[in-house]
Design a protein around this ligand. Sequence first.
Ligand SMILES: Cc1cc2nc3c(=O)[nH]c(=O)nc-3n(C[C@H](O)[C@H](O)[C@H](O)COP(=O)(O)OP(=O)(O)OC[C@H]3O[C@@H](n4cnc5c(N)ncnc54)[C@H](O)[C@@H]3O)c2cc1C
Length: 855
Amino acid sequence: MSHLRRRLVLIGHGMVGHRFVQAAVERRLTERWDVVVFAQEPRPAYDRVALTSFFQVGADELSLLPAGEYDDPRVRLVLDSAVTSIDRDAQHVTSASGEVVPYDVLVMATGSVPFVPPLPGRDLEGCFVYRTIEDLEAIRSAAATATTGVVIGGGLLGLEAANAVQQLGLSTHVVEMAPRLMPVQLDEAGGAALVRHIEGLGVTVHTGVRTEAIEGVDGKVTALAIADGEPIATDLVVFSVGIRPQDALARACSLDIAERGGILVDEACRTSDEAIYAIGECAAPAGRVYGLVAPGYTMAEVVVDRLLGGTGDFAGADMSTKLKLMGVDVASFGDVFAATPGSLELVFADAVSGVYKKLVVSGDATRLLGGILVGDASAYGVLRPMVSSGIALPENPEELILPASRGSAQVGMPDEAVVCSCENVTKATICSAIDGAADTSGCADVACIKSCTKAGTVCGSCVPTVKNILAERLVSAGREVSNALCEHFAMSRQELFDVVAVKAIRSFTALVAAHGIGRGCDICKPAVASILASQTSAHILAEATVGLQDTNDAFLGNLQRNGTYSVVPRVPGGELTPAGLIAIGEVARDFDLYTKITGGQRIDLFGARVEQLPLIWRRLVDAGFESGHAYGKSLRTVKSCVGQAWCRYGVQDSTKLAIDLELRYRGLRSPHKLKGGVSGCARECAEARGKDFGIIATEKGWNLYVGGNGGFRPTHAAELAIDLDTETLIRYLDRFLMFYIRTADRLQRTSVWLESIEGGLDYVRSVVVDDVLGVAADLEEDMAGHIGAYQDEWRATLDDEEKLARFVSFINAPGTPDPSISFVTERGQIRPAAPDEGRAPVLVASASIPVGAPR
Ligand SMILES: Cc1cc2nc3c(=O)[nH]c(=O)nc-3n(C[C@H](O)[C@H](O)[C@H](O)COP(=O)(O)OP(=O)(O)OC[C@H]3O[C@@H](n4cnc5c(N)ncnc54)[C@H](O)[C@@H]3O)c2cc1C
């Protein structure tokens, strides 16, 4: 029967070409068709959307076809072999290697190429584009000897490229001709909010700036010449000013081309030649090119459907975008510029914290038409489906974007709402995957929903919404909610902790390779970083874990609302010598930092720019201070009263014990932050029972309380053991803390852990005091390991050139103040300026320090 088989040639094995083959195999098109796929790139299709993670995970992990070929023997994949011509009359294609393959139907999925503007110097060594794995390999190798990189283009892909350049440790500039970043997706205020965030992370943004030329010496890039300004010195340049559809082959064989480029296709994705289809970024349905992957996937499905005799149509696509750029949430959906006649705008802007949210609603305020979210895009999962499904707005639509709003709790999502716009998956489809068919049990975790429905498999922005739907559905059906850490790890945090310990795993990559899937996410990466930090002595900015840290840990400081950082030296037990106090005061004065005494009995210094952090810490370390870990999920402080030494009522030396404990547990990474307190008598001046561990002196020794905290849900610590001598107290505390660190869930405070653990406090007491599990010695040994390996993170950073290089503006552009950060003076000190308060001069710490300078 082979003479009845037909021949299909596919040109291009990118994301959309691969999806086409998948759909052809799944829908059994290959039972009647032989498929030959020509791929120009040397490897099978890979996840281009996640290209930037190549630096962390490598090429294999990005592959969409790890086996290198399809299971179906009727699909032949020819790698590293571009098609060079199409003969429409003879109906065959010719490849670069000279192979001629006839076709009955030809599908073009050639994607697009980055546009490089015709600027003088664009061919100099050091100029790159950002599209393929080979591009990234070239950028990485050039970065090894570079200190500064410029990205031309501040759109979505430009910022993605800037992220990569910064991750490679270069001082990074973004140059955008439009007056704002992401000009296609954001309005002016949204763009301004994004600039503040991105600059707060150390990238210098130049908007409204036109590039005139790339300058070079000896054939190599040295600077970017810009209109109306000084050249920007740089070692490499990445062009990211847009893409152009790869339509050269189509032009050469005289297919119709859209006015602005792209192969013109009808709603069936058929070109002007009946036997030729075009899909993905090279195609222009109704004259429009789509630069996102989801529309390409739809086109692939449409063509497979048509070849099977169906009537599938491509009817346009949702161009919503949600992404995390350098840790900043940005989303844009629907009619962002309020182009619909009569539409109204609702805006919430907090310029100080960098949150900007805009809703565009219909003139009668009954329907949501679009929106922009910068700095906090948590409402995206609820808002975007409201646009596509036309759900009626609640009575006070502004509540959807006000900070107190709880979004999803207020607006029910109808079944027909599209949750995953990349794969066009509705809430109803997700719910039926959870419910299962009559003979199957249904999904109980996100990974299963992903594989059954494809929701969340492309850009991943809908995963939190999928997770919420899953939890709600399982609870309402009385089913057990999985305790998997996230969709990349089926194990709980506790199980992962044990695996890391037993197998001595030392990196996220090794853990995910052996016990997880994918590349990780914002949930599992910091959780694994914390587990690794609890068990190893590696520095938090060590190569294996630095990419996992959130912004605070990554810069060893707490990011504040205006993009500056706070500096918090450790003051054990709250005891401070006059010399120490003066040293802190001098640093605060010299760097003009806002100074405040905290509830944890230490001094916070606010307003430090990222490039100032090493300068400030050098001074503090020289004066004998060390990191207070205010940025980490780790021990913060052990608060104390003056105790027996000074107080008439004190019965023990509470200050000494607090100091000893703070020094013992400093740097101890844990599921959540940890605080302690020691009171010298029952009057409890140190408020020890509001802490994770609190100790109160008695005539006979010490009472130990655990599981307290202040904050959002205050909890009084409960009694674990009484009248302990100091040695026993410390032994119990070592065991308690290590047992908590080993067994608690991520971001679970001690109080919640005690509530959730089976048997509660009594069980924990039996483990810690009575050693019913026989693990007390192990727990103590773990703690001894931590204490022995402790190093001050800031001191180690100052001594290490590579780590210092993270504070890029300091290393490469000393003395350049961030123009978007401004302060005003209030009560004799600086504070961040509100938007209408103008700009005050910024003090610039002009000295730079060589690595390892004398202390
Ligand atoms: C850094 C980055 C981030 C992105 N982020 C997102 C995102 O968050 N969300 C989103 O929706 N989209 C994103 N995109 C865009 C997304 O990657 C594209 O929409 C998608 O890859 C398009 O798929 P495609 O198959 O049409 O084109 P491509 O993936 O480019 O594949 C086309 C393939 O055809 C090959 N080819 C070309 N000519 C020939 C020939 N003559 N012979 C043989 N082979 C040929 C090319 O070498 C290429 O491998 C991003 C892109 C980049 C670069």
